[in-house]
Design a protein around this ligand. Sequence first.
Ligand SMILES: [Zn+2]
Length: 244
Amino acid sequence: MYHQVGEFRPMPNHRSTYCHVNRFRAQMAWLQRLGCKVLRMDEVLAALRGEKPIPPRAVALTFDDGYENFYQYAYPVLARHGFPAMVYLISARIGQPAQWFAADGRATPPLMSAERIRELQQAGIDFGSHGAHHIKLAEVDLDTARQDIVDSRRQLQDLLGDEVRHFCYPYGSHNAAVVDLVRQAGFASGVSCQRGAATADFDALALPRKAISYGDNLLGFLWKLLMKDEPKGEAVVLKPIRAG
Ligand SMILES: [Zn+2]
């Protein structure tokens, strides 16, 4: 799980949502060197469902929020390696500043425009939904949550001209009711901020991830990559992909 990639000076807070581009380059080079198989989210689902074997060292790369710096810094590195990636977009905030940064006094980085997104779509980047308005879905009433989830799918499908199958909970905020809403809206996968490796023991609509943080040197990155650590944080295992 990545958020912003760019040339950042050390920051006191939100470190897990920044990655310096120099480290990002080194991390992607190591994925290549280690023979990691970088999968699209469609392939992740097929593998977890047992429809095809899970390749050794399978990895998926996800980018939350859809920042312009994905295009500027992350995409060229991914393209050089031929790695697929999933970018989760906030459908009602396309081309706007990430205005929620203002709440804690941070400058608001720009989010990608529709034109930019279509350009990347042509280049093979995958897009999923991060909700319509980037709200904590488990902290609003169910009607508001449902509307946000359904609107985001419709708006992104209009933008992309394609089915949008993958969802990412803003702030990782989810619970059983929200997971069901995402399922009912027609999404096939959902990712949270729960820490860990995704396996078939999880619900496909509540998969954990590993946040690569600003503070992760190469050793930290490789540790997160290779360790099958126990999931940390609130575990929401609802309907395991592989039952029994
Ligand atoms: Zn977000």
